[in-house]
Design a protein around this ligand. Structure first.
Ligand SMILES: Cc1ncc(COP(=O)(O)O)c(C=O)c1O
Length: 417
């Protein structure tokens, strides 16, 4: 064939694909300290990593032409299997739920369910101001007032539950807590928030986009004995979201939403028929890819993956602690670290690290910028090189300016939220 119907030549198309792949930096996973996707590779601790990853990709491809309607029989079984397994691990007495396109959609479906339960138009939603931006987005979409409760200064990762209770208004329909806050990695005081929700008859949703597929395994492994109950063991919790395309190691898009029981799922379906999801047709490829990860890893595999990710996180925390002028923000209970400074302006540091090929997220709080890293198995062996580059870059960092102009902060937003 000389040309495709559009007039594109096969060689030109291949070249364009190469270029697009290059700018996406897909092949450079080893320097990518923040990403979502199938980042399972073989390491000494995870010798099956490559095999499982390749199978997840192969199964995704095998189901690629499917949709969840007429040809969705297999995908619906896979979805149900994931929901039963994970919902059970999260302590749901009667697991119910569905797979979504990710954390944003899961949060949206949860709040639509809360709205249905409250049986009213408008209203407000209360959440700690370290909640993900998707919480503000869903409030705007669904005509709800976001009531973002600030955490105390110097303790941005941990809101005071009394402040949450004080923020509740007569029109409040729900409280949203987070297990694995962006970008502190902390867990909100969910037991206390559960009591508040029950006392006020409110729906409590837990955003476990990042924490959902790591905390249950860290807790069961005994790695962290200080993880306070944050899941369905807390009586007031109605729903929990957990992203498979984050710590679930699955190809995107793959999120999940779990309800305490089938009656809540029924409410979700009333407002979002037929599945409870915002989307109508869903591709079955990502569902099959996520199912493959769950099926092949199980509790033992996810525990090993979680411990590997945390070992790298701990290496980062130790290494950053030895570099003058920078710190890791306290409070993280997952594989997420926010590297920041009280004394230095880290903007040139972030630029320098980018220049050296590192991929990470950045955040304008604490101002002017913090570097956010989420190590996963594909970063095996990369942490010493990252710490060396960070140490070098910090040497030439200027002192923190007295005030950080808006215009300067614009640059930060190009790194991410
Ligand atoms: C806590 C939290 N919730 C929700 C989301 C949104 O997830 P997604 O981008 O998959 O929609 C994120 C993404 O980083 C997150 O960190």
């Amino acid at each position: 064939m000389d040309k495709f119907p559009s007039g594109v030549e096969p060689e030109a198309f291949a070249r364009e694909l190469d270029r697009l792949e290059l700018v996406s930096r897909l092949a450079e996973t080893s320097r990518n300290l923040f990403d979502e996707g199938p980042h399972l590779i073989s390491t000494a601790e995870l010798p099956w990593g490559d095999t499982v990853r390749e199978l997840a990709i192969e199964v995704t491809r095998r189901f690629i032409h499917g949709e969840t309607w007429i040809t969705g029989g297999g995908a619906r079984e896979m979805e149900a299997e994931i929901v039963q397994w994970m919902g059970g691990l999260l302590g749901a007495p009667e697991p119910a739920g569905f797979l979504t396109s990710g954390g944003s959609e899961s949060n949206m479906c949860a709040i639509l369910t809360a709205k249905r339960r409250a049986g009213r138009r408008g209203g407000s939603v209360v959440f700690p101001d370290n909640g993900h931006y998707s919480l503000y987005k869903l409030c705007h979409m669904f005509d709800l007032d976001p009531i973002a409760v600030p955490a105390p200064a110097g303790q941005l990762h941990l809101v005071d539950p009394e402040a949450i209770e004080a923020a509740i208004r007569p029109d409040t329909i729900a409280i949203i807590a987070t297990a694995g806050t962006w970008a502190y990695g902390s867990i909100d005081p969910i037991e206390a928030m559960g009591e508040i929700a029950l006392r006020h008859g409110l729906y409590l949703h837990v955003d476990g986009a990042f924490g959902g597929y790591i905390l249950p395994f860290l807790e069961r492994s005994g790695y962290d004995r200080n993880i306070a109950p944050w899941d369905f063991r807390v009586p007031g919790v109605c729903s929990i979201s957990a992203d498979l395309h984050k710590n679930g190691m699955a190809p995107p898009p793959a999120g999940s939403l779990y309800f305490r029981d089938a009656s809540l799922l029924a409410l979700a379906k009333e407002i979002c028929p037929p599945n409870g999801t915002m989307t109508g047709t869903r591709g079955t490829g990502p569902i099959a890819g996520a199912w493959t990860m769950v099926k092949l890893l199980g509790e033992a595999g996810y525990t090993a993956v979680s411990l590997k990710s945390m070992a790298m996180r701990d290496e980062i925390v130790r290494g950053v602690g030895e570099i003058d002028g920078v710190d890791v923000y306290p409070g993280s209970q997952i594989n997420m670290s926010l590297i920041y400074s009280d004394t230095l302006d880290l903007r040139p540091v972030a630029e320098e690290l980018r220049g050296r090929g590192w991929m990470f997220a950045a955040r304008a709080i604490p101002a002017p910028v913090g570097v956010v890293v989420v190590p996963m198995p594909h970063n095996d062996g990369q942490i010493p090189a990252f710490l060396d580059d960070l140490r070098e870059a910090v040497k030439s960092a200027p002192a923190l300016p007295d005030s950080t102009a808006e215009a300067d902060l614009e640059k930060v937003s190009s790194y991410g939220f």
